[in-house]
Design a binder for this molecule. Sequence first.
Ligand SMILES: [Fe+2]
Ligand SMILES: [Fe+2]
Length: 258
Amino acid sequence: MRIAHISDIHCNYGNDFNSKVFDNAVKLLNKTDSDLVFISGDLTTWGLLSEYRLAKEKIKKINGKIAIVPGNHDERNLGYKLFPEFFGDPSFIHMYKNLSFVGLPSSEPDKDDGRLGRRRHRLIEKGIKKCKNLTIVGFHHHLIPVPNSGREKNIIEDAGETLDIILKNEIPLVLMGHRHVPYGVKIHKTLLVNAGTFSCTRTRAHFGHTFNIIDIDNENITVTVVNITNNKQKKMIKFNLENRHHKNRYYTPNIRIE
Ligand SMILES: [Fe+2]
Ligand SMILES: [Fe+2]
């Protein structure tokens, strides 16, 4: 199974959104022939109706199955009322082939902070029950600090409780966004992966615009970061599902991601 993990599109009529980059990124994305495209939030900048319409129009260009959760920006200005209208239920458990995918909204109206809460924790547990071997959890905010993304803020308020559920159940993969840079790290037996920004003008240093390709077979999860500007792909992490050992090349000097 191949999942394309994209994040932080930030459709906007001001200067937050780069439409050219988006169109170019979609061309690359559609060539990846992914079984699922997961969008981890911030489809808009202000949660406005005009931005939701633009996001809907732009996302139509993406081929194949798509699963979407909202970000903090999408819940601004009553945007949380528009999200279900445009993109369906913000909480879901979808079954794909041999895995269950739990998508959760980690945002609250007009707040930048993240929070899941007990109701959504129960949904994670429900997803695990549906598929003991392979459950993937995706939401917008980060669960742990992300390097190269500035001073720490907006981390999920109940990160401790959330991590506890994820780690004790040995969930293999968690997908997140929000920080506009790609990153991946293993904690206990879980791989935590962030996607960078797909088309927001607010990039960080040389990280630019990126998305992740996540290949899952019976043995491994492989995370590849695609640089949208130069179409270069870098294998960031290989994670063995059997013994949960991994090779993380994020810190290998000659193949640094940025
Ligand atoms: Fe964002
Ligand atoms: Fe965000």
